[in-house]
Design a protein around this ligand. Structure first.
Ligand code: COA
Length: 380
């Protein structure tokens, strides 16, 4: 058996949920090219598509919306937990990880893994994630949490619960587009984590909690905050060359660039760039967006100069930063928002894994010795 670092190129699952072609720069989600699905579908529609392998009709979508609305109330213990985390100023993504684990508290039988219950849990977890994030964010800033609004969809309600005002249609649409763009993406690290946990016949809460832990690292979902920080630090386009050169000279990685699978431009970057373009145009000030595009061009040129042949291109996180900043979200909420969107894919992967499960249990190359002699503690 051959050791393959990072399992690169290893096929670890069969899925109908999404297909990533890293050479052609294509992504299909539930059978749709991402550039077709993301600007049109709501999060609820896209999640239904992944869970059921078809789009919902109008009545089904209304029913799903009603179930999402009903699920938005958090168990009291979870609210208490969020308050304790806020008292200690825990990062938002950590609060979401803690809350995800505790959301099993009002599940009458969290270990009972039959398909109907797991679908209900998937819906409930997805519906609750933005509520957790918004509730926690307000608590941490000494503000009273805001009750959800039943007339608002997933993204609009999320912004409403954060800010206390309903967003305009453009901002709500941009956030829906973001959620759908990131809802699923092949066998990425957090999805793999969720499938590994599911393969042991564990429960959905455990799988999704583990997935959040995998997502938060900067090599996966933690990049858009630093990507935006870089653009702000550069401040003016004519300073981009010196700033980026400095970073590459110091051996730093440019956040928002490079990808394990995409060796051409990440198609999600274009979908989100278009959404960001619309947002900034509406706001009447395209200066940040125009600078980001300029910084991107300099970064790509210098990456090719410093890392020739590595095919480092813009990834989803760079324009995620533009969209999420454009809808008024602070950088600390970027990774939690990624989790809110990806929860749709994680839960669908868990449902898929359960339908055709085999324990995921790879091997390892042993590098240790085999000839140690036991020395009693008083003689060590
Ligand atoms: N900036 C500068 N150099 C980069 C780079 C980046 N963003 N991404 C990769 N490289 C370089 C590596 O240093 C390495 O150089 P070397 O051959 O001289 O050692 C080479 O490109 C290959 O990198 P490797 O670590 O093998 O790629 P990977 O497939 O393991 O990494 C990422 C993929 C995403 C982890 C990596 O590109 C990265 O760290 N990007 C920045 C973080 C980010 O945007 N994450 C979000 C991903 S959606």
């Amino acid at each position: 058996m051959t050791y393959i670092p990072g399992l690169e190129g290893v096929v670890a699952a069969r899925t109908r949920l999404s297909f990533v072609d890293g050479q052609a720069g294509e992504l299909f989600i539930g059978g749709f090219p991402v550039e077709v699905l993301a600007p049109h579908a709501t999060f609820e529609e896209a999640a239904f598509l992944l869970w059921h392998d078809r789009l919902p009709d109008a009545a089904e979508l209304r029913d799903l919306h009603d179930r999402f609305v009903a699920a938005r109330e958090l168990p009291g213990e979870v609210v208490d937990l969020l308050r304790a985390a806020a008292d200690r100023n825990a990062p938002v993504i950590d609060a979401l990880r803690m809350a995800a684990a505790a959301l099993s508290l009002d599940d009458p039988d969290p270990q009972h893994n039959d398909p109907a219950n797991n679908l209900r849990r998937a819906e409930q977890l997805c519906a609750r994630f933005p509520v957790v994030v918004a509730t926690y964010w307000r608590m941490r800033h000494g503000q009273a949490p805001i009750a959800p609004r039943a007339d608002l969809d997933h993204a609009a309600n999320c912004l409403y619960m954060l800010n206390g005002t309903a967003p305009d249609a453009e901002a709500a649409r941009a956030l829906e587009t973001y959620f759908v763009t990131v809802i699923d993406h092949g066998m990425n690290a957090s999805t793999f984590t969720a499938r590994v946990i599911t393969s042991t016949q564990s429960d959905l809460y455990s799988a999704i909690t583990g997935a959040i832990g995998a997502l938060k690292g900067p090599a996966h979902g933690g990049a858009p905050g630093p990507a935006l920080d870089m653009v702000f630090e550069i401040g003016q386009l004519d300073k981009a060359e010196a700033n980026i050169r400095g970073r590459l000279e110091r051996g730093e990685r440019l956040m928002g660039f490079g990808h394990r699978v995409y060796k051409v431009r990440d198609p999600r970057a274009d979908v989100l760039a278009a959404a960001a373009d619309r947002l900034f145009q509406r706001a009447g000030d395209r200066s940040l967006y125009d600078m980001a595009r300029g910084v991107e061009a300099v970064a790509l040129r210098l990456l090719e100069e410093y890392k020739p042949g590595r095919k480092l291109q813009t990834n989803v996180e760079y324009y995620t930063a533009m969209v999420l900043h454009g809808v008024g979200l602070p950088t600390e909420l970027f990774t939690p928002m990624f989790a809110v969107g990806r929860a749709g894919g994680w839960s669908a992967h868990c449902l898929e894994q359960w339908t055709d499960n085999r324990l995921i249990r790879p091997s390892s190359d042993y590098l240790g010795v085999k000839d140690r002699a036991w020395v009693p503690i008083d003689r060590r």
